[in-house]
Design a protein around this ligand. Sequence first.
Ligand code: FMN
Length: 148
Amino acid sequence: MDESDGPEGDLIQVLYLSRATEPMSESDLSALLEEIRERNERKEITGLLLYGGQHFYQILEGARSAVTTTYAEIEGDRRHTDITRIAIRAVAERKFPRWWMGFQSLNPEEIKNNPVFHDLRNSDTLAKFPARGDDFFEVMYAMYKTNN
Ligand SMILES: Cc1cc2nc3c(=O)[nH]c(=O)nc-3n(C[C@H](O)[C@H](O)[C@H](O)COP(=O)(O)O)c2cc1C
């Protein structure tokens, strides 16, 4: 992804999912979050990260250049693989302004019961239901609203 990729506008969001290379323990996750939040505060990147069933689901938002650079770094991170970008879009305002990166664990039941989480893992389904990107955003945004 480079800076000319995606829609026009200076504030952008990127939504992706990926698979952790190794299962993440509680302490792996808290170390990762501490690293992420320190970096994001500096770069003014906000968003939400979910982890469950060895998959990550993340929304990053911020200035186009900051998000573009960070996403490229994330893609190169060996702690995860099969990184699939679901959407990149311009937004008029931040949707997760209070979180340098919110975090929530998903349990297997939540993943099983919510089509957004299991469908996204299957690229055929993703092609069939392109609106899943919007559903993904809505589910994540609802989590933010519940907590803010
Ligand atoms: C699932 C996942 C999400 C991440 N999210 C962010 C993020 O939001 N912001 C950020 O700066 N780094 C994030 N990172 C960390 C960067 O990938 C990592 O700090 C960067 O690649 C630099 O690594 P290095 O210090 O080994 O060079 C994330 C990593 C993983 C595995």
